[in-house]
Design a protein around this ligand. Structure first.
Ligand code: PLP
Length: 460
């Protein structure tokens, strides 16, 4: 049996098709939102659009404009908006049963088994999964609690450039000072080590890795390293918000060695990088390194249901009943959706598709970088793609990327940004995006890069 229709049948056929944007309905809804919604609303500040419906890798706004979606709800919609195979199970499940706290259901146990099927090698067949609150931050909180519970420690090692979420514990391991400034004190003993980022470090990949690992090793092993009771090392295998910073070879293995030598849990946050995004199930699969604990959320909920999970080695399964709790310990509909999304990715060979298409997109962007000086580096793996922009003095060009995002919006392609200075174009399209749609989107992006570069850089 094939799971649902092939990927070329699940998008709006007319994408991209846009008039003048934002159209009147988007304007009206945004204006109303500004009156009645929270002042914390952020995304429409960047792209002034109100959405109406989505199909696959395409999305329509309230005025009927159709866009190619190259950010997929920030890595949530890996099998596309309203994927028919997932939707079928969602509709059936919703009419029967939606919430059961953590009582067993077929849906819950099926998803746990499917996650085991796709688990990193060293966790497959010897893991447990805890479902806590619905968002990624909740999975990070669970992993912090699990690490503390098992080690009796409280010191957390995280990395500069990291993003782990917006709840107190997750914010503590997040690195963005401005994001946290109003909420301190957060968790007490958290230190941030350098994450290898050769372009920013101005060093070779090897030197970046060596420096980062030496710092982590000193924090853990130097008697004067400062962190008295380490409980865990928390790291994104590829930094998402930080700018699709892809660590050079040896970094994750080096962390694994330090964690093992010192009996500290190694926690991989795969919330953005996981669930097939990189063309393997987990970004860390590329390095062949297994964490003790791994967080997942975003795409786990299939077609956008809020669902998070923390998978951990069974040796760490020491919690007593109720030691990690919450009303939402997994959403039955989200669980059905997650299982169906895994099946869809497997049946349609989407990991290979993500690898091939991602590689073609990076090649095309690198070719542009040969001609356009502002595009200084193209990074990522599979369909997790970053393109970094700097000026001739090496200064980050965040404004250029803002303008590029606007240009793409006006021409029917939705893209997002990342990076410490907002100077990284971030592409994370649904894995179901077809070659044709990706090429069309890239035509717009490439024209946009040339156009905004001409505006930002005065001719020599
Ligand atoms: N961890 C990573 C790597 C993320 O990218 C994010 C969100 O972008 C989170 C954690 C937090 O997830 P959520 O926003 O669902 O709480």
């Amino acid at each position: 049996m094939t799971a649902g229709p092939p990927i070329d049948e699940i998008h709006f056929e007319d994408a991209p098709d846009v008039g003048s944007v934002p159209g009147p309905n988007s304007r009206r809804l945004i204006e109303k939102q500004q009156r009645i919604d929270s002042s914390a609303v952020a995304y429409p500040e960047d792209i002034p659009i109100a959405f109406k419906e989505g199909k696959g890798a395409t999305v329509r706004d309230a005025d009927g404009n159709t866009f190619i979606d190259m950010f997929a709800g920030i890595g949530v919609l890996n099998v596309g908006h309203a994927n028919p195979y997932v939707l079928e199970a969602v509709q059936e499940q919703t009419s029967r049963l939606v919430h059961t706290v953590d009582f067993p259901t077929e849906a819950r146990l099926e998803l746990i088994e499917k996650l085991d099927e796709i688990a990193p090698d060293g966790l497959a067949g010897q893991n447990r999964v805890v479902f806590g609150g619905p968002t990624g931050s909740d999975a990070v909180e669970a992993s912090i609690k699990l690490a503390k519970y098992n080690t009796g420690g409280d010191g957390l090692i995280a990395f500069r450039g990291s993003y782990h979420g917006a709840t107190a514990g997750a914010m503590s391991v997040t690195s963005n000072k401005e994001f946290k400034r109003q909420y301190t004190p957060l968790l007490g003993d958290v230190v941030h080590a350098p994450y290898p980022y050769p372009l920013r470090d101005g060093t070779s990949p090897e030197a970046s890795v060596e420096h980062a690992l030496q710092e982590v090793q000193s924090i853990v092993e130097d008697p004067y390293g400062g962190l008295a009771n380490p409980a865990g090392i928390f790291v994104e295998p590829i930094q998402g918000e930080g700018g699709i910073v892809t660590p050079p070879e040896g970094f994750l293995q080096g962390l694994r060695d330090i964690a093992t030598d010192n009996d500290i849990p190694l926690v991989f946050d795969e919330i953005q990088s996981g669930f097939g995004r990189t063309g393997e199930w987990w970004a860390s699969d590329w390095a062949g390194v297994t964490p003790d604990v791994m967080t997942s959320a975003k795409a786990l909920g299939g077609i956008g249901f809020p669902l998070s999970a923390t998978m951990y080695h069974e040796d760490l399964d020491t919690w007593g009943s109720g030691d990690h709790a919450g009303t939402y310990r997994g959403h039955v509909v989200g669980m059905r959706a997650g299982s169906r999304a895994i099946e869809y990715i497997q049946d349609h060979n989407l990991l290979a598709h993500a690898r091939e298409l991602g590689s073609a997109i990076r090649t095309r962007l690198r070719d542009v970088g040969e001609k356009v000086d502002t595009l200084v580096e193209v990074r990522g793996t599979g369909l997790f793609i970053g393109a970094e922009f700097r000026d001739a003095d090496g200064e980050p060009l965040g404004d250029l990327v803002d303008d590029l995002q606007d240009y793409c919006f006006e021409h029917g392609v939705l893209v997002w940004k990342a990076g410490r200075n907002g100077n990284v174009l971030r592409l994370l399209p649904p894995l179901v995006i077809t070659e044709t749609l990706a090429e069309t989107a890239l035509d717009v992006i490439v024209e946009g890069i040339e156009h905004v570069t001409a505006q930002h850089v005065a001719p020599a």
